[in-house]
Design a protein around this ligand. Structure first.
Ligand SMILES: CC(C)(COP(=O)(O)OP(=O)(O)OC[C@H]1O[C@@H](n2cnc3c(N)ncnc32)[C@H](O)[C@@H]1OP(=O)(O)O)[C@@H](O)C(=O)NCCC(=O)NCCS
Length: 188
């Protein structure tokens, strides 16, 4: 699996994968509630403040994507990033999500960011687990921040400092998933 910067032609698969998350009956993970279109994603990909990366499977299919954005589009927050990862359902639980999160954490420093904040809905177990591994634990729980599909739920805010040097926690995690070598669902 290979991570590369997204290009205009990726807008279709990116929209499809994001719409899987928007329509997910189990977890709340997308910021949008209404499905997006490839045209809409094209405009978003062209925004220079937004960095989007895709994870390619063995046959160059887009297995997932990640985004790094300023935490808030206000100049005071220019050195704080927010990231999110979305995997195609067919490729989930194969450590692709962790590969993309890891890549985002490593890349953000080079983009000028010095810390990263991620918001994760508390009942989104796969996302909480992936984020917990790479961040320094939930630093804040916003109780009952979310009311959706008839129930109240908490939002977790994770934070981590970004370093220029290799981070031992990331390295350990990287080694773990490389060694675990889960199969690529597409077969490789
Ligand atoms: C969250 C998401 C990106 C994780 O990617 P993934 O490729 O499925 O997950 P990975 O295989 O990399 O595994 C990451 C961790 O989640 C755990 N995990 C994966 N799928 C899981 C599931 N269905 N239930 C519980 N835990 C799960 C893994 O065991 C691993 O944790 P571990 O290191 O403690 O073993 C993916 O599930 C997804 O796209 N979900 C929908 C969108 C979303 O929630 N995005 C996050 C918004 S920030």
């Amino acid at each position: 699996m290979n991570v590369r910067k997204a290009i205009d032609d990726d807008a279709g698969p990116i929209a499809d994968i994001y719409n899987q998350a928007i329509n997910d009956p189990d977890y709340i993970s997308a910021q949008d509630l209404v499905p997006v279109t490839p045209e809409n994603r094209r405009a978003w990909l062209a925004d220079p403040r937004i960095s989007v990366f895709v994870l390619e499977a063995h046959d160059r299919q887009i297995a997932g994507w990640s985004v790094i954005v300023p935490f808030a589009f206000r100049p005071q927050f220019d050195n704080t990033a927010q990231s999110a990862v979305f995997m195609d359902r067919r490729f989930r639980s194969g450590l692709g999500g962790v590969i993309l999160f890891l890549h985002a954490v490593r890349t953000a420093y080079g983009l000028g960011y010095r810390r990263m904040i991620n918001f994760v809905h508390a009942n989104n177990t796969p996302s909480v687990r992936a984020t917990q591994r790479l961040f320094q634990g939930p630093t804040l729980t916003i109780k009952n921040a979310v009311f959706f599909r008839g129930r109240w739920d908490d939002e977790l805010v994770f934070c981590r400092e970004l370093n220029a040097s290799e981070d031992p926690v990331l390295e350990r995690y990287f080694q773990r998933f490389v060694n675990r070598g889960r199969p690529d669902p597409g077969g490789s």
